[in-house]
Design a protein around this ligand. Sequence first.
Ligand SMILES: *[C@@H]1O[C@H](CO)[C@@H](O)[C@H](O)[C@H]1NC(C)=O
Ligand SMILES: *[C@@H]1O[C@H](CO)[C@@H](O)[C@H](O)[C@H]1NC(C)=O
Ligand SMILES: *[C@@H]1O[C@H](CO)[C@@H](O)[C@H](O)[C@H]1NC(C)=O
Ligand SMILES: *[C@@H]1O[C@H](CO)[C@@H](O)[C@H](O)[C@H]1NC(C)=O
Ligand SMILES: *[C@@H]1O[C@H](CO)[C@@H](O)[C@H](O)[C@H]1NC(C)=O
Ligand SMILES: *[C@@H]1O[C@H](CO)[C@@H](O)[C@H](O)[C@H]1NC(C)=O
Length: 326
Amino acid sequence: MTMMKTSKTADRRSFILSSIFFICCLCTLASITEVRFDTLLRLGRCAVVENDSTSLSFNTNDTNTSLTQNSTSSEEDIRILIGILTLPDQYHKRHFLRLIYGTQSPAGAKVDVKFVFCNLTKEDQKVLVALEIMRYDDIMILNCKENMNKGKTYTYFSSLPEILNDTNSPNPPYHYVVKADDDTYFRLDNLVQSLRPLPREDLYYGYVIPCPSMDPFVRYMSGMGYMVSWDLVQWIRDSEIPRNNQEGPEDKIFGDWLRDGHKAKNRFNAKWSMYNFPEPKTGCTHELWPDTIAVHLLKNQEKWIRTLKFFNVTENLKPSKLYHIP
Ligand SMILES: *[C@@H]1O[C@H](CO)[C@@H](O)[C@H](O)[C@H]1NC(C)=O
Ligand SMILES: *[C@@H]1O[C@H](CO)[C@@H](O)[C@H](O)[C@H]1NC(C)=O
Ligand SMILES: *[C@@H]1O[C@H](CO)[C@@H](O)[C@H](O)[C@H]1NC(C)=O
Ligand SMILES: *[C@@H]1O[C@H](CO)[C@@H](O)[C@H](O)[C@H]1NC(C)=O
Ligand SMILES: *[C@@H]1O[C@H](CO)[C@@H](O)[C@H](O)[C@H]1NC(C)=O
Ligand SMILES: *[C@@H]1O[C@H](CO)[C@@H](O)[C@H](O)[C@H]1NC(C)=O
């Protein structure tokens, strides 16, 4: 009798437990779907592309030049690729970053944000990542095995000339290529403005390491996000210097390639427009301030929210009877 009772209780307990588990699964699924829908509704795109005809109409005085040079306004736009190196399983991170970048549309520039990772390894990834690509087309899968300090950055840069080789597209496909962390917030308008006066060749741009240094010709740019011009991307593909030196701390090694190859005669230190989140305070942090291109080390939601609030990112939310956000 007692035996039976115990086993009944155990049965019930395991039934309750599995029910809870089942409900949790449902909730997770539902919340994922909701996020997807939400994103789907709010964003048309992640690749932030300025409308060609809009920019043309601003350029009335240049009409003559445009016609004689055959250039459309989109050819005058600065084209930037931001590759965010991440892992296939980071679905939520990608959805979040799509919100962050899909709501920015820098003037006079075409900024494509792509998520970059190595070969898929799990069956569910083959479905979920393929669906993401069908919906957003903002993913790049390189021919590599996920790794840290074993050449993912090399694979990224050196693969681009071939991946983006398309005779029907502008040449170069991008003027600048960025490698960014997924805990960095780039303000695209400010990024584009900072690039306008800079050369489009032989350029290495970022936040100089070590933190107190302001000299971009010593050492290297922080992995929070650095940028090179397209000619350097091609050089990385063609030169033996990077090919033979792929292992080790990726961002430091990147700087070593350029030093050893006597490359990047043009360098731009974006400090203190790029910096680590103010807390915890270190030699690499800076207060949030208006003249910001990038904030790094946004390791949790609270830090992201504080940053997004500071920059008033929702101030242009259009009024509607459909919602009320105080
Ligand atoms: C266009 O050109 C006219 C005549 O040269 C000049 O007066 C005007 O300020 C220019 N407009 C712009 C937006 O540059
Ligand atoms: C446009 O081109 C025509 C013919 O070449 C020239 O006469 C005119 O001054 C030009 N206008 C401007 C605004 O450059
Ligand atoms: C300008 O366009 C015309 C016709 O599309 C083409 O024949 C010509 O080669 C182009 N010129 C330049 C400099 O691209
Ligand atoms: C990555 O996947 C491709 C295609 O499935 C395969 O040919 C290649 O060998 C894989 N690369 C690595 C490093 O596993
Ligand atoms: C780009 O494509 C052209 C034509 O197919 C080819 O000749 C060239 O080698 C390719 N370049 C790269 C970097 O793949
Ligand atoms: C955000 O909005 C507030 C209130 O309008 C303003 O005082 C502040 O300067 C804005 N911050 C930035 C970074 O633009």
